[in-house]
Ligand binder design. Structure first.
Ligand SMILES: NC(=O)c1ccc[n+]([C@@H]2O[C@H](COP(=O)([O-])OP(=O)(O)OC[C@H]3O[C@@H](n4cnc5c(N)ncnc54)[C@H](OP(=O)(O)O)[C@@H]3O)[C@@H](O)[C@H]2O)c1
Length: 269
C-alpha cells in the first residue's frame, strides 16, 4: 500500500487528491487546519481507516517541525509528498513566532518537510514530491538579505521569491536523490477551490468569479494523478498535463547555496 502525504488536503485540489487516493486504496496523511473538513471528507470518500489527520498551521516553524517529527516517528516510507497548503495574504503578516507568514507557509515549511522526510521518500521505489504552485520563476527573484520582506513587501515580489526558492529546493532534493521526481505543478486554468486567504475586495471578487467559472478540483487534478502514477525522475514543471520549461538561472548552484545558508541562519535564531 502506498503512503501519500497531502498538505492542504482538507480543501480544494488537495482534498480532491485525498479523495482520489482513499478511493484508490492508498494510505493518506492529510495535513491541514480543519478537523471538521477532514472528517467530512473521509465520511464521504470512505477508507477512513487508511486516513490520518495531522492538524497543523504550516505558517508556524514549530508546527512544521512537529509534523515532520510526527510522520518520521510513525512511518518508514513515503511514496508521494504533495505540498498544496495555501493561504493567500496580500499584506505582510508576522506570526507569533516573529516570522513572515507567507514565506514560512509557502517556502520554509516546504523546506522542512522536503528535507525532514527525504529519508522516508528515498525508501519508496519511485518517490515523488509535488509543489502545487503556478509554474515559472525568475532567477533574480530572491533577496537573501531580506527573505521575510522586512524592508519592503509586495505580494508579487513575495510570490515570485517563493516560487524561485521552491525551484532551488527541487535542485537540492533531486541532487540528494537522483531517483526522486520533483514536480512543480499548477492547474491548466482557474479551479473552483476555497481560495483560502485574506484578500482585498478586488481579489476576493476575482476569486468569486473564478469560483463560478473555474474547473472542479477533481477535474483539475486528473493530470496530476497521472503524473504521480508514473513520475518522471528529476525536476519537471507542468500546467495541467502540459510540460512547462524550467527556467535555469545563470548560477543556480550559487543561488541555492546562498538561499540555504540564509534559511538555516534564520531557523537557528
Ligand atoms: N485555485 C486555483 O485556481 C489555483 C490556480 C493556480 C494555482 N493554485 C495553487 O494550488 C494550491 C492549492 O490551492 P487550492 O485553491 O486548491 O486551495 P484552497 O481551496 O484555497 O485550500 C487551501 C488548503 O490549504 C490549507 N491551509 C491554509 N492555510 C494553512 C496553514 N496555515 N497551515 C496548513 N494548512 C493550511 C487549508 O486548510 P484548512 O481548510 O483546513 O484551513 C486548505 O486545505 C495553492 O498553492 C494555490 O496557490 C490554485
Amino acid at each position: 500500500m502506498r503512503t501519500v502525504i497531502v498538505t492542504g488536503g482538507t480543501d480544494g485540489m488537495g482534498a480532491a487528491l485525498v479523495r482520489h487516493y482513499l478511493e484508490a486504496g492508498d494510505r493518506v496523511i492529510v495535513v491541514g487546519r480543519s478537523r471538521e473538513k477532514f472528517d467530512g471528507l473521509v465520511a464521504s470518500a470512505g477508507g477512513g481507516e487508511r486516513a490520518r489527520f495531522v492538524a497543523a498551521d504550516l505558517s508556524s516553524i514549530a508546527e512544521s517541525r512537529r509534523v515532520v517529527a510526527d510522520i518520521v516517528n510513525d512511518h518508514d516510507r513515503i511514496d508521494a509528498l504533495v505540498l498544496a497548503a495555501s493561504y493567500i495574504r496580500q499584506r505582510r503578516h508576522v506570526t507569533a513566532e516573529g516570522h513572515e507568514a507567507s514565506w514560512v507557509l509557502f517556502f520554509v515549511s516546504k523546506y522542512l518537510l522536503v528535507t525532514g522526510l527525504a529519508e522516508l521518500l528515498s525508501a519508496a521505489p519511485r518517490p515523488v514530491i509535488v509543489n502545487v504552485a503556478v509554474p515559472g520563476t525568475k532567477p533574480g527573484a530572491i533577496d537573501v538579505d531580506d527573505l521575510e520582506s522586512e524592508r519592503a513587501f509586495s505580494f508579487a515580489a513575495s510570490n515570485a521569491q517563493q516560487r524561485r526558492a521552491n525551484e532551488l529546493l527541487g535542485i537540492a532534493a533531486t541532487a540528494a536523490d537522483p531517483r526522486l521526481s520533483y514536480l512543480t505543478w499548477g492547474p491548466r486554468r482557474a479551479v473552483r477551490s476555497s481560495f483560502a486567504g485574506d484578500y482585498t475586495f478586488a481579489l476576493r471578487l476575482g476569486a468569486t468569479v473564478f469560483g463560478l467559472i473555474g474547473e472542479s478540483p477533481a477535474a483539475a487534478v486528473a493530470p496530476l494523478v497521472a503524473l504521480i502514477e508514473n513520475p518522471p525522475a528529476a525536476r519537471h514543471a507542468y500546467r495541467g498535463a502540459k510540460p512547462v520549461p524550467l527556467v535555469p538561472g545563470p548560477d543556480d548552484a550559487a543561488d541555492l547555496a546562498r538561499l540555504l545558508a540564509a534559511v538555516d541562519e534564520s531557523l537557528s535564531r
